[in-house]
Design a protein around this ligand. Structure first.
Ligand code: PLP
Ligand code: COI
Length: 367
């Protein structure tokens, strides 16, 4: 048995063949989302006897896993998404990383997986960002961090696995949407839903995304960037997008966003925006908003703007909405002023360009 009180550590094994600097800088010239990866990854293993053990920061590379590994059959997998930014004065910062650590463990509990101590999660992030600091792009880019955990036990019976691998990889990214800052088009899926009450909607598990892909494919076939899901019980209420939460800006200056209730992901960006808006005395209604209301409000002009938000997408204006029965435009179809303003406020805090009234930004020491 291992000493349960000892904090599991990461052994540092630098990559002997990192990408040459000239190639990295060339790749930085056209950054999209999630196609380029840094030189290293953090890995740690868990089993019922040893708990968390064998942590490494090592060269990024493939895993050797058994074809019977539980994740390949029953999708016992969770992940997070967060970003490291380079500030104008050269520091490297993370935005509310402890919220990602906390949500990761909430997802782990829902998926009957072992929790990882928050300080071990944070250490994996800090050490990976430190060793791959040159992979953090300057300017508008950032280093997207993808912590994840999966069931690696070779066993075909259906029960929680007894072996897991935790890993963090890093990807220098630019805008999530191909159109950059242009307002996005949304497809409303009236047939497929994402998550039902009692299901896994509030967990960041791979299965939620697998189930969303056919609807996202439908969105793309209709010329849209993202899919919006309605609730599973009545197919009436707006829930969230495939990978983002959603806000509506009303003509009286208030905002509406669907409430957290177990079927949508409790977004850290969503929570931060609600806080920033309320700081400014702006009313935010966290209340159910129906697709019928959305159409009526856009048509009457009561709805001025709508936007999507999330770590990958940041804040993206929604210009057009399509569905099987037609479509409508929001405002003039462009990203509106309230969206642009709140985006700017959030981004300048995330990037350490302004003061940080809520202490959300955490500097990585020693870079
Ligand atoms: N909803 C879904 C389904 C997501 O995948 C994401 C992205 O992580 C979000 C919402 C936004 O969450 P956050 O702001 O924490 O990135
Ligand atoms: C994120 O924003 O971090 C996500 O995981 C969403 C996905 C669309 C990339």
């Amino acid at each position: 048995m291992s000493d349960a009180s000892a904090k599991p550590e990461f052994t540092i094994k630098p990559n002997a063949n990192p990408m040459p600097e000239a190639d990295r800088l060339e790749a930085f010239k056209a950054l999209g989302f999630g196609t380029l990866f840094s030189d290293h990854m953090a890995v740690m293993h868990w089993n019922v006897v040893k708990g968390w053990h064998s942590g490494e920061i090592t060269a990024r590379g493939p895993f050797a896993i058994d074809p019977a590994a539980a994740v390949l059959h029953y999708a016992q997998e969770i992940f997070e998404g967060m970003k490291a930014y380079r500030t104008p004065d050269g520091r490297v910062v993370l935005f509310r990383p402890e919220e990602n650590a906390r949500r990761f463990n909430e997802s782990a509990r829902r998926m009957a997986m072992p929790e990882i101590p928050e300080e071990v999660f944070m250490e994996a992030i800090d050490r990976l960002v430190t060793i791959d600091a040159k992979w953090i792009p300057e300017g508008e880019g950032s280093l997207y961090l993808r912590p994840f955990m999966f069931a690696s036990e070779a066993f075909l019976g259906v029960r929680p696995a007894r072996d897991y691998i935790f890993c963090v990889i890093a990807s220098p990214v630019g805008p999530y949407f191909k159109g950059g800052a242009k307002a996005v088009k949304i497809w409303v899926s009236e047939h497929y839903t994402r998550a039902a009450p009692g299901g896994t909607g509030a967990a960041k598990c791979g299965g939620n995304y697998a189930a969303s892909l056919i609807a996202q494919q439908e969105a793309v076939e209709h010329g849209c960037d993202q899919v919006a899901f309605l609730d599973a019980a009545e197919h009436k209420w707006l829930e969230e997008l495939g990978g983002m939460n959603v806000f509506f800006v009303m003509e009286d200056g208030s905002l509406v966003t669907p409430p957290l209730g177990g079927t949508i992901l409790p977004g850290i960006t969503r929570n931060s925006l609600v806080t920033l808006l309320k700081d400014q005395g702006i009313t935010v209604h966290e209340r159910p908003y129906s697709f019928a209301e959305w159409q009526a409000d856009a048509t009457s002009g009561r709805l001025k703007e709508a936007f999507a938000c999330g770590t990958a997408a940041v804040v993206a204006g929604i210009g057009e909405v399509k569905f099987s029965g037609g479509g409508f435009t929001i405002g003039n179809g462009e990203t509106g002023p309230t969206t642009l303003k709140i985006r700017e406020q959030l981004v300048s805090i995330q990037r350490g360009q302004t003061n940080d009234p809520h202490g959300w930004v955490r500097q990585i020491a020693g870079i």
